[in-house]
Design a protein around this ligand. Sequence first.
Ligand SMILES: Cc1ncc(COP(=O)(O)O)c(C=O)c1O
Length: 437
Amino acid sequence: MEKLAIDGGTPVRTKAPIVETDVFEQEEFDALMAVAKSKKLRRAEVTLEYERTIAEWFGTKHAIAVTSGTTALHIALAAFGIGPGDEVIVPPYTFVATDTAVLEQNAIPIFADVDPVLLTMDPEDVKRRITPRTKAIIPVTISGTPVDMDPIMELAKEHNLWVLEDACQSPGARYKGRLVGTIGHVGVFSTITGKNINTGEGGFVITDDTDLYEKMWGYMDFSRRRSLGPASKYHFDLPCTNYRITNMQAAVGIQQIKRLAQMNKTRTENAHYISEKLAGLPGITLPPEPEWGERVYFYYLIRLLPEVLGTDMLNFAVALAAEGVYNINYLSTTRWMIPQHLEPLFVNKAGYGGTKCPFECPWYEGKVEYYRGLCPVAEKACEEVLWLASVHPLLEKQDLDDVADAVIKVVNAFIEKKEKGIPINYATDAHRAALAY
Ligand SMILES: Cc1ncc(COP(=O)(O)O)c(C=O)c1O
């Protein structure tokens, strides 16, 4: 057996750690400089051009650029008319923003479990969670995997619900030929650094529904009415806020959208390269390719099979980190180990102003509790699915080799230790405490 670095062996990677970085070429620099020279830094013509570029790329009637994926989710829910007393069905295997956007409208996130392989919303469980208070469903295309949308759209039709696609991790993925984000009433995307499109911070919504577009536009900009043009400046007739982006982000975004297809292609090639190297390795499963569409790749996820490896994900991650290909802080910083319904925010029903509002509020006629066992599939996934590495387009072959070789090395060593009855205890109490929930 090759000695693991954590046992004193030589790490697979001795050169500098792999860093997440974004494609930012001469075109982005030039576009940014042009805005700087124009001295029109705030939302103006360049942002409108960005929105036209987005709408054209996705083939939708409308697009609105906003400050983040989170605020994109918020303006969509606001435009749907979601409010106090309403329930919105969300998945627990996602970034917390999907679920907290619902709280922004004083509505209640109701968690529906995910598919054990794809990790996307399970339509059967969505069906079980619908009540007379349900107003919307938010399916999330996690790390580029399209959700099975037909049954979700059917449920929505039957129960008169809005569908908000959280496609923050998947611009360019397709479900049965249709671009993810164009199937529900509104699709939302994040363009924060590290995502498939990068504008530093940012996000956007797309829709074919002109009424929703006008409403979302208002929520993006202090409830102003777009149709009134400059006169809209003094129309504030709804609760509202400011989610405008700058022309600087828009200028970068235009260039990023132009190179999105190529960047996605390279991400997929990187992911497939790792998959080819890991194919047939026992003890792990590789990222799924759903039958109903074409996925894109944000991160490369593997599932660890504890019964084969003889240990849990934390020991695996610590051993992998010692091989020089994994940053152990990822586990606690991205917190993908925690199903969202078990975050203290939900378990404690920590509401606004120190109250339990909206979870326990006179407007809400239901009763909601968040506890372990609520979504068992997602809970198990959080214990076993490792967000191994970004597959961003600037990775070199050596980086991909190092990631795959380190996984092979650790898997083989763990299996051998298991067969020999050698206990695996690499995770310290400090690691476990940092990740406890
Ligand atoms: C699935 C998902 N939804 C929402 C968000 C929120 O996007 P942002 O960070 O741009 O607010 C993110 C990512 O950050 C995400 O991955």
